[in-house]
Design a protein around this ligand. Structure first.
Ligand SMILES: [Zn+2]
Length: 370
């Protein structure tokens, strides 16, 4: 808007939200990966037909080329010093009959091929190729005004969820992402010019350890304690009778079925108390917060502030449960969405135009970038 819409803004990612949200409402185009076709797609919010450069890019069928290569470690596996042994029971198996151990035979995958492609390092390599095609196709940096290209690397997240941050798979994905980023910077240096572009790199979250890893390291006493949802539903049934009074447990929140609660004249406050009491009995939980009364929660100010910042009265659930440090509720793989520094502390790197070398430990927030 500052250039009266003369600047171009383009979003690129495998994930729809990774492309659409960083590019914003006024983007010229946001492109993401479609599992059904194995191609980049967009929305008619931006345009009626894909630009020629996207059609040409899709015609290369890069995902098929990558999947035919299989996924083995980039370097000999005994040089991977930042991870555990490859075979761990708390990792998920590679899809399509694979195991937790390299090599992962992507060439054999026929069912859900492009969905599985996302959870390989090749998804990041593909994203760099798509970013280069966008720079070329839209002549980014050559329009006389500052253009904005938002690129999200989604494969790190998919692989991290499946195997956990201490896996050989994650170490391999980051070794390869480093090479992918080097390729993008080399391209930008030659296309736009050294120091003629400003780049920042950050993340939307970090991650917790796989709970099996945390147990092995004696950080916790039990890897995963399933059964919370059933316990809550049983308690509700006992006190309030039949009725699906909970719509969903999602992102560590409980969403109430407020229409049914009202229609059946259920005491909503009593219902919430029953749910809170039941969840609090779970040994891995340290707090359940009524998000409608978050100011009364006895929590450290930084945690409460995070809950307030994340709360949307129309979209959020009514209750939020918080795990004790290092607990996370998953038997296999890992996840994020925890207030703890190992998850909420993210990197922020600046590079290129007018950036002097240096580092800072000052606390800054993602929103400070703008
Ligand atoms: Zn994730």
């Amino acid at each position: 808007m500052a250039t009266n819409f003369k600047s171009k803004t383009i979003g690129i990612a495998l994930k729809d939200r990774g492309s659409i949200l960083p590019a914003g409402h006024t983007a010229n185009g946001a492109y993401w990966f479609d599992n059904a076709s194995g191609s980049l797609i967009s929305s008619n919010y931006y345009m009626q037909a894909l630009p020629d450069w996207v059609v040409r890019f899709n015609n290369k069928r890069l995902p098929d080329t990558y999947m035919a290569k299989n996924w083995n470690t980039l370097y000999p596996v005994d040089t991977y010093t930042q991870s555990t042994a490859d075979e761990k029971q708390y990792e998920n198996n590679f899809p399509g009959g694979g195991t937790t151990t390299f090599p992962h035979l992507t060439e054999k995958i026929t069912k859900d091929k492009y969905e599985i492609f996302r959870a390989t390092p090749y998804g990041n390599t593909y994203t760099v190729e798509a970013a280069k095609a966008a720079i070329e196709g839209e002549n980014l940096g050559g329009n006389g005004v500052t253009d904005f290209l938002a690129v999200s690397f989604s494969s790190t997240d998919y692989v991290g969820h499946a195997y956990g941050p201490n896996s050989v798979e994650v170490e391999d994905v980051y070794l390869r992402l480093d090479k992918d980023l080097a390729a993008l910077l080399t391209y930008l240096d030659s296309k736009v010019g050294k120091n003629q572009y400003l780049l920042f790199l950050t993340a939307d979250h970090a991650v917790a350890h796989a709970s099996g890893f945390a147990k092995e390291a004696r950080l916790i006493t039990a890897a995963a304690m399933p059964g919370m949802q059933k316990a809550v539903n049983d308690a509700i049934k006992k006190e309030f009778g039949d009725g699906k009074y909970i719509l969903a447990f999602t992102n560590y929140q409980v969403h109430l079925n407020n229409e049914l609660v009202a229609a059946n004249k259920i005491d909503r406050a009593a219902l919430k108390q029953t749910i809170i009491r039941t969840i609090m009995k779970q040994p891995e939980i340290f707090s359940v917060v009524d998000l409608e009364n978050v100011q009364t929660a006895s929590l450290p100010e930084t945690v409460r502030k995070g809950l307030v910042n994340g709360y949307n009265q129309k979209l959020s659930g009514e209750l939020q449960y918080l795990y004790k440090p290092q607990y996370g509720g998953y038997e296999k793989g890992a996840s994020h969405g925890y207030w703890n520094p190992y998850d909420s502390h993210i990197p922020l790197l600046w590079f290129g135009w007018n950036i002097k070398s240096g580092k800072s430990n000052r606390e800054v927030y993602m929103t400070d970038i703008s």
